[in-house]
Write a protein that binds this ligand. Structure first.
Ligand code: FNR
Length: 202
């Protein structure tokens, strides 16, 4: 199976973010996911009035980075029982201009990480709701609400120490690589079939 180029969107802008540490750990744990964290902290707030030929360069490079990926992995904290504003802004930026969404059809997975017991489950589902509208096939299982995660779970290198959490993140990474195989493989087959039909005269 081919490797998949994955754009990781981290919902926290914080230095020392546990979400970013989980994202970096996941990249190191699966060799078929070629991951790149696409930064969202410098994206101006989305305003359609500014989305003409002179649009902010940061919007264009963000859209290009997402479009160039095979799949998208969101790793985010929960803020006030929803997703952080910075992440919602990134979703909005990537979704426009109308008809040119960077997100459409990209296989996706959502991991939420929190020191709290609920593991950011409500943020996870708020984000999932956006993905439905954005036409992103989102991995359903395993659900990834990582709760009670503190700095003690990480070593000096900022990566997950050996233990149950690391094993779970490894399982999620493997499931996401499989999910990308299924979705991308299915999409290529459909494309191949329709090209074949065209060649055969419709
Ligand atoms: C939080 N936090 C939080 N945690 C949670 O489980 N549910 C929540 O609704 C909230 N709400 C919330 C709002 C705001 C504005 C902040 C700053 C924080 C706590 C949050 O999970 C904690 O700060 C994490 O460490 C944030 O993730 P990073 O930045 O470490 O990746």
């Amino acid at each position: 199976m081919a490797n998949h180029k994955i754009a990781i969107i981290v919902g926290s802008l914080r230095d020392g973010s546990i979400n970013r540490k989980v994202a970096r750990s996941l990249c190191a744990l699966h060799d078929r996911l070629d991951c790149e964290i696409v930064e969202i902290g410098d994206l101006p707030l989305y305003n359609p009035d500014l989305d003409g030929d002179d649009r902010p360069a940061a919007w264009s490079s963000f859209r290009d980075a997402v479009k160039g990926a095979d799949g998208v992995l969101f790793v985010t904290p929960e803020y006030n029982r929803s997703m952080p504003g910075a992440l919602k802004n990134a979703i909005d930026v990537g979704s426009r201009p109308y008809g040119g969404s960077a997100w459409a059809k990209k296989p996706a997975a959502i991991i939420t990480v929190s020191p709290g017991a609920l593991g950011g489950a409500l943020a996870n589902h708020a984000l999932r709701q956006c993905c439905v509208f954005l036409d992103m096939p989102v991995m359903q299982q395993p659900e990834a609400y990582l709760g009670q995660v503190g700095d003690d779970k990480f070593g000096d290198d900022g990566l997950l120490k050996d233990g149950d959490l690391k094993k779970l993140v490894q399982t999620i990474a493997k499931a996401f690589a499989d999910w990308c195989d299924i979705i991308i493989g299915g999409q290529s087959k459909l494309l191949g079939d329709s090209e074949q039909q065209m060649k055969n005269g419709g």
